[in-house]
Design a protein around this ligand. Structure first.
Ligand code: 5AD
Ligand code: SF4
Length: 443
């Protein structure tokens, strides 16, 4: 059968979709780039904000027309929903999209062979699996393979932080770190297949504490040192980190390990200590800024990124101003910012001091303008510099490749296809807020 997977949300979902594809391939199914041709369609979903979750249902509704057209041509389709929406919505999925055949949460998709077999045995039934299973899904997944020069590698999953706005501890469950040997084995395989850049993933990746073969718990810093020893591997990144888990050992990696890219996504969420406390974050803005100072000491060229939430319950003008002040101090080279979105079942959703939508919207606009200004400024300072760029994809125009600088900036260059999946030196010739243009200098 032919399958098509549509992925919503974060990088962990992109990784999970890759692993779901591994399963489907191991069952003899084949990917198609066209959803209309697919006999199995899977939506891998995100529940982080209301908009993300609602998009899943509107896209499912739209897809249903294609499914019905196929049906009128005598072709049946198996429709599945995976990911965080399943964990949060449970049977509601089927109520809102009754044509869905199966649903499985982010911790149970290794059971897909069994789930698909059940669906095929008895069409028309709805099969759902939202367990928090005792077994480790990674033990049951087929091998992961590199699909290019950049690979994600999940090393940690779940979160114990319980920020009061966030669904992740409920959808992805408690923190779990994969054992060191298992991570190294997957990394070695990916590198042997041509992977040059590894992005280590986890909802709270810097709290990593996987066991080594002697049963000793090891840190993310240890893992990065080990991975840096792999000859073919050229670049290491990790995301997403929690400020309170930014240890000195990890910060020192920015001084000692050239392969660790000088770019760190470290969400602060808000600059106000009052709001950080209401969010149940285990850090103040002062703690956060001290971490940044240490990072800059370890590597003065480090570029910072963050996530921000505006309009959290109780946020007043002073609190919002404190967020803007942090942005001015850190001068992020890139950042994500969101309006607070109440999520059912989280403590913040029932706080009484909710902020009106109009104010959230106005604050987001002010914050984003400031963030874009700094991002643009950083990109402008890149002009004239020579940077190593890893080219990952072909551009829209013939003869154009798109790659990433060490700072995760997108860079376009007129280059032959031979440079795809390679790191080459490029001189930056132009910049906008969202991307750079460059010309080839050499290997
Ligand atoms: N509302 C708005 N933004 C949220 N995030 C998480 N939960 C919410 C919410 N309820 C943001 C945080 C987090 C990022 C992945 O999504 O900034 O870091
Ligand atoms: Fe959610 Fe991140 Fe907070 Fe965990 S640390 S609860 S994933 S925002």
């Amino acid at each position: 059968m032919k399958y098509y997977i549509k992925t919503f949300g974060c990088q962990m979902n992109v990784y999970d979709s890759g692993r779901i594809a591994n399963i489907l391939q191991s069952l003899g199914h084949e990917a198609t780039p066209t959803i209309k041709d697919a006999d199995i369609v899977i939506f891998n979903t995100c529940h982080i904000r209301e908009k993300a979750a609602e998009k899943v249902f509107s896209d499912l509704g739209r897809y249903n027309q294609i499914r019905e057209e196929r049906l009128s041509e005598g072709k049946s389709t198996i429709v599945g929903v995976c990911g965080c929406v399943v964990q949060a919505e449970d049977e509601q999925i089927w109520k809102r999209a009754p044509f869905v055949d199966f649903a499985t949460g982010p911790l149970t998709y290794h059971r897909l062979p069994e789930i698909l077999a059940r669906v095929m045995r008895k069409r028309g039934d709805f099969v759902i699996d939202t367990d928090f299973p005792a077994e480790d899904k990674f033990d049951f997944l087929p091998e992961n393979h590199a699909s290019g020069a950049c690979s994600y590698l999940a090393i940690q999953e779940g979160c114990n932080n319980f920020c009061t706005y966030c669904v992740v501890p409920y959808t992805r469950g408690a923190e779990y770190s994969r054992p060191v040997e298992e991570v190294l084995k997957e990394a070695k395989r990916l590198v042997s297949e041509g992977c040059l850049e590894l992005n280590l993933l986890g909802q709270n990746v810097n709290s990593y504490h996987g066991e080594d073969s002697s049963g000793k718990e090891r840190s993310l810093a240890y893992l990065i040192h080990k991975l840096a020893e792999l000859d073919g591997l050229k670049r290491i990144r990790y995301t997403t980190s929690y400020p309170a888990d930014m240890t000195d050992e990890l910060i020192n990696c920015y001084k000692d390990i050239d392969k660790l890219m000088p770019y760190l996504h470290l969400p602060i969420q808000s600059g106000s200590d009052k709001i950080l406390k209401a969010m149940n974050r285990r850090h103040t803005s002062g703690d956060y800024l001290r971490i940044i100072d240490k990072l800059k000491e370890a590597n003065p060229n480090i570029g910072m990124s963050s996530d921000f939430i505006v309009g959290f319950p109780g946020e007043n003008e002073d609190d919002f101003q404190a967020t803007l002040d942090v942005v001015d101090k850190v001068q992020y080279i890139q950042a994500f910012s969101f309006k607070y979105s109440p999520r059912p079942g989280t403590p913040a959703a029932i706080m009484t001091n909710q902020i009106p939508e109009k104010i959230k919207k106005a604050r987001l606009e002010i914050l984003q303008n400031k963030l874009f200004d700094y991002q643009n400024k950083f990109n402008q300072t890149s002009i004239g510099k020579i940077m190593p760029v890893l080219f990952e994809t072909q551009g829209r125009h013939a003869g154009q490749l798109i790659g990433r600088t060490p700072y995760m900036q997108n860079l376009h260059a007129e280059l032959s296809k031979d440079n795809l999946n390679k790191i080459v030196k490029v001189k930056v010739t132009a910049a906008t807020t969202n991307s750079l243009t460059g010309s080839f200098i050499g290997e």
